[in-house]
Design a protein around this ligand. Structure first.
Ligand code: BMA
Length: 340
């Protein structure tokens, strides 16, 4: 049993590969067969990346950012028996409105998939007269009903917590601009019903560390643990050749998640492999989901690579929490409740 408890259901078939002997740095290691999704995975889809998966029935299900051959991103449903090999629907997810009428987003990218109580929520970035967050719900992965857009533009990187906190749904987001935003902090908002959002709080900002000095954004849905909410997020730095996206880790207070308890000052993963360094947009590691097993403490982290592929990396709850705590630097801004 791990020392740090994960509060979620066991997932005995969590995708896994043992830690290699020669690992240095953060205790997180890439799957040897990465990337797990190659180019042109579906007719009319050139690339799948920045996608979210979760356990479902005896296997796994996921929502995938499919960059169509006309360049427009949409969300595709995929299923897998082992979390590694995926079959995708040939058509985009057919979103409808509350009346059941077709209601497709203009475009949709960077989807997250989170179950709260008996409902699965898909959250993405789409066009709402500018880049903003879209949300849909499903109970059966057959009917996908869009609900009200939670925030006005411009906003990206919305990540829902997997349970209500103090009676409210809680969502992370990153207010932005209409382009390749050169700034950005993570904020949190609450809602009693997934429609009306308020009680906005600042969670954490970009830091002085080079790898996250331009902007940060939520990544995978936070994992509830005995140490707090474990958040894998992305941190961005600027170079003369463009942005570099790395993966960071933080632990948020369980009852007041706008308070950062620990924040790792080193990146957990940064572009190093060919599939992370080379692609449609080079040097991008973009985390969107985890599959984790509360019994063994194993975590499989799914991340988009170079806006071209999907990959998996592995860690354990004890190792990653220890590493984040051992290398934690929190600023006053992080530890505040986040309201001014
Ligand atoms: C961000 C998002 C991500 C993308 C990243 C790098 O602004 O659009 O989807 O992975 O840029 O291009």
């Amino acid at each position: 049993m791990p020392r740090v408890k994960i509060y979620s259901n066991p997932v005995k078939n969590v995708p896994w590969q043992d830690r290699p002997d020669n690992l240095t740095g953060a205790p997180i290691w890439r799957y040897s067969e990465n990337p797990i999704i190659d180019r042109n995975p579906v007719e009319n889809v050139a690339r799948i990346f920045n996608s979210a998966v979760m356990p479902y029935e005896d296997g796994f299900i996921g929502v995938f950012r499919g960059e169509q051959t006309n360049g427009i991103p949409y969300i595709y449903l995929g299923r897998s028996a082992d979390g590694i090999h995926w079959d995708f629907d040939k058509s985009k997810i057919p979103f409808v409105n509350e009346k059941g009428e077709p209601f497709m987003p203009v475009y949709a990218y960077d989807p997250r998939l989170v179950k709260v109580e008996d409902t699965y929520y898909i959250i993405w970035c789409g066009d709402f007269y500018g880049a903003a967050i879209g949300v849909a719900k499903t109970k059966d992965f057959k009917t996908f009903v869009r609900i009200e857009n939670p925030f006005i533009p411009f906003n990206r990187n919305a990540v829902l917590f997997p349970r209500k906190i103090n009676g409210n749904y809680v969502m992370l987001s990153r207010p932005s601009d209409s382009g390749h935003t050169p700034f950005g902090d993570i904020f949190l908002s609450e809602s009693p019903d997934m429609v009306f959002w308020g009680k906005h709080r600042h969670v954490m900002g970009r830091s002085n560390e080079w790898w996250e000095s331009v902007k940060i954004g939520g990544g995978a849905a936070p994992i509830e643990t005995s140490e707090g909410w474990l958040l894998f997020y992305h941190g961005v730095s600027g170079t003369c050749n463009g942005f570099v996206y790395s993966i960071g880790g933080a632990i948020l207070d369980i009852d007041n998640p706008s308070i950062v308890k620990y924040r790792c000052d080193k990146f957990l993963l940064t572009p190093e492999k060919w599939y992370e360094e080379r692609g449609f947009v080079p040097n991008v590691c973009f985390p969107c989901a985890t599959i984790h097993d509360s019994e063994s403490g194993k975590i499989a982290l799914y991340y988009g690579c170079a806006d071209s592929y999907v990959s998996v990396a592995f860690t354990t709850i004890d190792e990653i929490v220890d590493y984040i705590k051992d290398n934690s630097v929190v600023r006053q801004e992080d530890t505040e409740i986040g309201i001014r």
